[in-house]
Design a protein around this ligand. Structure first.
Ligand code: OGA
Ligand code: MN
Length: 223
C-alpha cells in the first residue's frame, strides 16, 4: 500500500480541471491515478440518488468478454450491471464529465481516446470480480479504465476494495476503498485488478475509453 497520489482533494467548483490535470500527471508518471472523494459533489450526489432509485430489474448479470463471446461466468464475477446511455439528466452529466476528461487527456497526453462506454455496477454482499485485465495488448481497444464509487459512509471493515496489481511481478498491490466519489483511472492493458467481496451493497460506475479501431470505412462500435 502506498500513499503515493492518494490524497483527499479539494472539491469546489473550478476544481474539475485540477482533477483532470492530476489524473493526466499520474497517468504519465505511473499509469494509474487514485483520487479519494474527488468526483464533483453535485455529480456524485445525483448519480447516487439515481442509482438508489433505479429498480433492481434495471440491472443484468454481468458478462465477460466482447459481445461475440458474451458469457456469464459466476466463478469470475457475480455483480450486476446497467449500461449508461445518457437518457436521464444525471447520466447525461456523467457522460459530459467523462467526455471532458477524454478531451483533456487527448490534449495533454495525445492518447487518441475515441469513444467511451460505461455502466453502473451493483455488487450485493459477497459479490466479487476475480483478478482480470480490462484489455489485452495488441487488441488496441480499451485503453483507459475509469471507476467511480457511489457508497456514502463506507467503512474499512465493509470490504469490497479494488485491488490494483502494480508490480512487475504482480506482487505489489494497492487497495482502494470504494468510498463516495473516489475516482480511479488506470491504463487498461497494464494493470490486473480485482474486486474483493463486500459486507454490504456496493455501487460503482465502471467505464472505458477506447481508441478508434475502425477499418474499411466501418466505424468501430462503442461496445
Ligand atoms: C470492472 C472492474 C472495478 C471496481 O468492472 O472491470 O474492474 O472496483 N471494476 O468496481
Ligand atoms: Mn476491470
Amino acid at each position: 500500500m502506498t500513499a503515493l497520489s492518494i490524497a483527499q482533494r479539494d472539491n469546489g467548483e473550478g476544481s474539475r480541471t485540477h482533477l483532470y490535470e492530476t489524473i493526466a500527471n499520474d497517468l504519465r508518471e505511473t499509469g494509474y491515478s487514485i483520487n479519494v472523494g474527488a468526483l464533483p459533489q453535485d455529480l456524485a450526489k445525483s448519480l447516487w440518488q439515481y442509482v438508489q432509485a433505479m429498480s433492481n430489474q434495471a440491472f443484468d448479470p454481468a458478462g465477460i468478454g466482447r459481445e461475440q463471446d458474451h458469457m456469464l461466468n459466476h466463478f469470475v464475477r457475480s455483480d450486476e450491471i446497467c449500461w449508461i446511455t445518457g437518457e436521464t439528466e444525471p447520466c447525461r452529466q456523467w457522460l459530459q464529465w467523462s467526455t471532458d476528461l477524454q478531451a483533456y487527456l487527448n490534449r495533454r497526453l495525445l492518447l487518441g481516446l475515441f469513444s467511451f462506454e460505461s455502466h453502473f455496477a451493483h455488487y450485493a454482499p459477497g459479490d466479487f470480480y476475480k483478478k482480470h485485465m480490462d484489455a489485452f495488448k495488441g487488441q488496441a481497444n480499451r485503453m483507459l479504465s475509469l471507476v467511480v464509487y457511489l457508497n456514502p459512509g463506507w467503512r474499512p471493515d465493509d470490504g469490497g476494495e479494488l485491488v490494483l496489481y502494480t508490480g512487475e511481478e504482480g506482487d505489489a498491490s494497492i487497495r482502494v476503498t470504494p468510498g463516495f466519489g473516489t475516482v480511479v483511472a488506470f491504463l487498461s492493458e497494464e494493470f490486473p485488478h480485482e474486486v474483493l467481496p463486500a459486507a454490504r451493497d456496493r455501487y460503482s460506475i465502471a467505464g472505458w475509453f477506447r481508441v478508434n479501431t475502425s477499418h474499411s470505412g466501418r466505424v468501430d462500435p462503442p461496445r
